[in-house]
Design a protein around this ligand. Structure first.
Ligand code: GTP
Ligand code: MG
Length: 370
């Protein structure tokens, strides 16, 4: 977070300056209206008012809008779980994602699987599950660092012929830190040298103890290549989702996270968005990270044109003035003018922050030379 004065912080938190000053006094800090606050104080105060400030996160209009729009419990409806697949290199994350999709998406569905999309939805027993194809841990970490908790359940893939490896541990630590429930998919069980018991044994060291051994971690043996265990894995995902009681309010302006984005030659900036709250509609004025625009067209995960996307739905969107980044937040505004104003403001602040960072680096370099 950058520095803010007391008055600026008050505005961001939609509180009065005297409320902020009172809180500061409670922390033993005497401050006036125009005093600049350090990061720790900003975080403490924001926290006191129920707003979490994560590292590098700027409290700005996007967050404030979200803060103001607390949901009425009556508006909340059940939503699909959002699942990320993580694990060590070559343990079969991509193959498993493909396998689930192949098993579950029928050819009769118009359009079929026509293009790559960083997220998709399948149906099991009439219930939907959303899978995110995050390109490795980096994206997951970025999303988390920005406070964008997009994942409800993590599938930890461990190859039964290879066992627990460094990135397995990294992945499970990420999931634990984010307090996301973990389901272990022991993959490649079709292989001759597969040893699922060894995987269970090794994971107990990291407090992932199978139910059969008195723990509470769900383990499912799968084979991403022949589809074995995929139905059971989906059932377990639905079971965990039910326990989590995942809900969202579909009847407000949409808000969510960028899964991936790129510049398409013909269509311009194209972003895959995960709607987390509200319903996104064609024509909506929108701010996405440091970009903005109006939703021109939306495409579903199977390449169908859609006009609306509700909570937990991934959708490909065009109509932005630039390419946002994976992990960026998006928010729909009531009118285009406001979206433009906020989008431009964010872009300017982002540039300023970058410039500050660059000049700081060069100063450090200078001192190093002396
Ligand atoms: P990275 O994205 O590089 O981290 O790898 P990944 O985890 O996505 O692994 P990927 O799906 O690319 O699979 C790695 C290799 O393992 C490929 O050659 C797959 O065909 C193979 N593989 C994946 N799952 C299985 C499985 O269930 N059984 C067998 N026999 N091979 C598998
Ligand atoms: Mg892969």
């Amino acid at each position: 977070a950058g520095s803010l004065t007391v008055a600026e912080l008050a505005e961001k938190l939609t509180k009065s300056t005297s409320e902020i000053i009172k809180k500061l006094m409670g922390l033993g800090v005497m401050a006036t209206k125009n005093e600049e606050l350090d990061k720790t104080s900003i975080e403490l105060i924001a926290h006191d008012f129920g707003v979490e400030v994560e590292e590098e996160e700027v409290i700005d209009e996007l967050d404030i809008e979200r803060y103001e729009e607390a949901d009425d419990p009556e508006d909340l409806q059940e939503r699909a779980p959002v699942v990320t697949i993580m694990g060590h290199v070559d343990h079969g994350k991509t193959t498993l994602l493909d396998g689930i999709r192949k098993t579950k998406v029928t050819d009769t569905e118009a359009g079929g699987i026509t293009q790559h999309i960083g997220a998709y939805q399948v149906e099991e027993d009439g219930k939907r599950v959303t899978f995110l194809d995050t390109p490795g841990h980096a994206a997951f970490t970025t999303m988390r660092a920005r406070g964008a908790q997009a994942t409800d359940i993590t599938i930890l893939v461990v190859a039964a012929d290879d066992g627990v490896m460094p990135q397995t541990v990294e992945a499970l630590n990420h999931a634990k830190a984010a307090e996301v429930p973990i389901i272990v998919a022991v993959n490649k069980t079709d292989k001759e040298n597969a040893n699922p018991d060894r995987v269970m044994q090794e994971l107990t060291e990291y407090e992932l103890v199978p139910e059969a051994w008195g723990g509470d971690t769900i383990f499912v043996n799968v084979s991403a290549v022949n589809g074995g265990g995929i139905d059971e894995l989906l059932e377990m995902i639905l079971l965990v989702a039910e326990i989590e009681e995942l809900k969202a309010n579909p009847s407000k302006r949409a808000q969510g996270t960028v899964v991936e984005a790129e510049l398409d030659r013909g269509r311009g900036p194209v972003a895959t968005l995960l709607v987390q709250g509200g319903t996104l509609k064609v024509g909506d004025p929108i701010v996405v990270g440091y970009t903005y625009g109006r939703v021109r067209a939306m495409m579903s995960d199977v390449g169908l044109r859609v006009t609306e996307a509700g909570p937990s739905t991934p959708v490909e969107v065009t109509g932005l003035n630039g390419v946002p980044q994976a992990g960026d937040q998006f928010l729909v505004f009531a009118d285009e003018k406001k979206a433009k104003q906020i989008g431009e403001g964010r872009a300017i602040r982002a540039k300023e922050a970058q410039r500050k960072q660059t000049s700081r680096v060069s100063l450090d370099d200078l001192y190093n030379q002396i």
